[in-house]
Design a protein around this ligand. Sequence first.
Ligand code: ZN
Length: 435
Amino acid sequence: MTSIGTSVSGTLAPSAEPFLRLEHYTFGVGDRFAHQAKPQLRAFTLAAKDRVEIVPVWNKSNREHTIVGSKPGSVLKAAEAAVRELGWKKPFHIDADHITEATVGAFLASSDYYTIDVAAAIGRPAPDETVSAFLMQHPELFERIDLPGCDAPLNISRAEANQTARKYLFAAQEAGRIYRHIAATKDNGGFITEVSMDETDNPQTPGELLVILAALADEGIPLQTIAPKFTGRFNKGVDYVGNLAQFESEFRSDLAVIAHVVKTYGLPTGLKLSVHSGSDKFSIYPAIYRALRDTKAGVHVKTAGTTWLEELIGLAEAGGDGLALAKEIYAEAYAHREELSAPYAAVIDIDAAKLPTPAQVNQWSPEQYVNALRHDQKCNEFNPSLRQLLHVGYKIAAKMGTRYLDMLEACEESISRNVTANLYERHIRPIFLGT
Ligand SMILES: [Zn+2]
């Protein structure tokens, strides 16, 4: 049963509790070639042995499907097979990641989690009368708001609220339109809704997040996760670049804003932050762990391409034909580095001068290849430029088709070992166990 609450302004608030509730701790994994769901799931079973319940969410965006040439239904199929084989009894979800109105159609049958991406609508001005109606309805936004656990209260001026509403109201309405479009084809509330605003130029402040969430509540979206853009750089597959103290304080303020909007606007009680990490933001994991521990808040952390890089590591480690294929993929990625980087320009920083030539890489031992690629910042052979190039180079492997997939199967032992260890040791433990 969905319940209807009343918001502070006296209007009807959204259906407060969605039918399908997202669990407290969830972790998003990507599996570009649909071969690693089982070793990925094994990492969650290891966490369960540590008595931390983390529910897996397999995410794949339309962009990834297009580049790989896969169909959305394949993600569910691979997840179901892994769940069956490992006897996983807890829930799991399939995230249609970064969908828009134009791309959602293909995901309606097989996903139960929708990440509605409204980044492109940010900054498109809402009509003046919509902005003033919103501000009239929400005088509480300009009152001093004390945020438990934060250094300073939120004091949003009318001018700031006006500016934020101008910038984000149209995007919030767009999210509402897409949500209702999905809801029309799904059972009553039988899916999870996330709204993402991370793929944009500027981070959102906690004050902006408050205004955005009020607007999303007005749209009647039973929102379960929100993905803001945080301060600092979240480049794909490499560590965070930015001010760690500022990140931690902003993250805690965002958690407090979420607790506040749940009480004030009747958004679902489980509403939580979704961190679109771009994978491997190791240096902010301790801050996330501490904030969750102190506030008891839940979180969703989304990772992306690390699993594909673990496939390459496993191929290299296997030596022989596996290593040869991993070298061939590097050579091709090197030759097409500009074209491969273009769609990811905003989220990678490759220093071309630091890329080894294919001729050099062809001389490498398995260990040299693994050391250059594996994200171990203590290893002096680690090469972040090579790692980022390979991260965006999955199109090369996709083009190889069955040649690549057959080699994944031939080198299954070393690949699955690396996939599980990477997720469990480098991500799950530091974020959820603090170790
Ligand atoms: Zn994202």
